[in-house]
Design a protein around this ligand. Structure first.
Ligand code: PLP
Length: 234
């Protein structure tokens, strides 16, 4: 493995870990309160291997075919694979056969398919419900409408193959992430009143992890700040 690349990744990882520690301290939270998920999409399996060697425990991917291939190539590593991308219904069962966590569950139609994939694999699948923080009526809504969240949560708990672990969100472009994550905090309080064990909150990326940690994130999903600028999509 390339020593140059290893040094780059070690430096990126060190910088991100320092940012997480500082944000935890500022929020009066212990540093081990927040888990780092390194989003490795578009980067090769060789980078995943280096990251695992540098102590990374969780990696995230957002495209099924790429994720499936990389997870297979890295099957010998002790990693938790998070699927964080938009999920097509006809791919959901396949994703559940390699992912340990699916963070982007946004509609009830995915649930039986995810449950089937988890059953095939003989493992319980951790599920996060993705909450939309976009203004209502906007074009590119990713995630469930907050008004539909409790129904989606109830539907999730009907599948013994699925474990409702918590919530995930992405701050919308063009809004101060602190205000978007404050909205998320309110949605989460209502959610936890009914689903108290589902404590995971996956929020915060390279540019806004500090604001997410201030708003209670337990997991941050960081790509660019660890791996560098993603290669252009072909
Ligand atoms: C790509 C991606 C990330 C990581 O984004 P960076 O800005 O590179 O840190 C986080 N979450 C999701 C859902 C993503 O698709």
């Amino acid at each position: 493995m390339s020593t140059d690349r290893r040094q780059e990744l070690a430096a990126g990882l060190g910088a991100v870990r320092s940012r997480i520690a500082a944000a935890c301290e500022a929020a009066g939270r212990p540093a081990d309160d927040v888990r780092l998920v390194v989003v490795t999409k578009y980067f090769p399996a060789s980078d995943v291997r280096i990251l695992a060697d540098l102590g990374v425990t969780d990696v995230g991917e957002n495209r099924h075919q790429e994720a499936e291939a990389k997870a297979a190539e890295c099957a010998d590593l002790d990693l938790r694979w998070h699927f964080v991308g938009g999920l097509q219904s006809n791919k959901a069962a396949a994703v559940a056969r390699y992912a340990d966590v699916v963070e982007s569950v946004d509609r009830p139609g995915l649930l039986p398919r995810l449950a089937r994939g988890a059953a095939d694999r003989g493992a319980t699948l951790d599920v996060l419900l993705q909450v939309s923080l976009d203004p209502p009526g906007s074009d590119h809504r990713a995630g469930a409408d907050p008004a539909d969240l409790l129904d989606l949560a109830d539907a999730t708990t009907e599948h013994p193959e699925l474990r409702l672990a918590g919530l995930m969100a992405v701050a919308p472009l063009g809004e101060d992430p602190a205000s978007a994550f404050a909205r998320l905090g309110a949605v989460r309080s209502e959610f936890l009143a009914r689903h108290h064990p589902a404590q995971v909150l996956s929020a915060g990326m390279s540019s806004d992890l500090e604001q997410a940690i201030a708003a209670g994130a337990t997991h941050v999903r960081v790509g660019t700040a660890v791996l560098g600028t993603r290669p252009r999509v072909k």
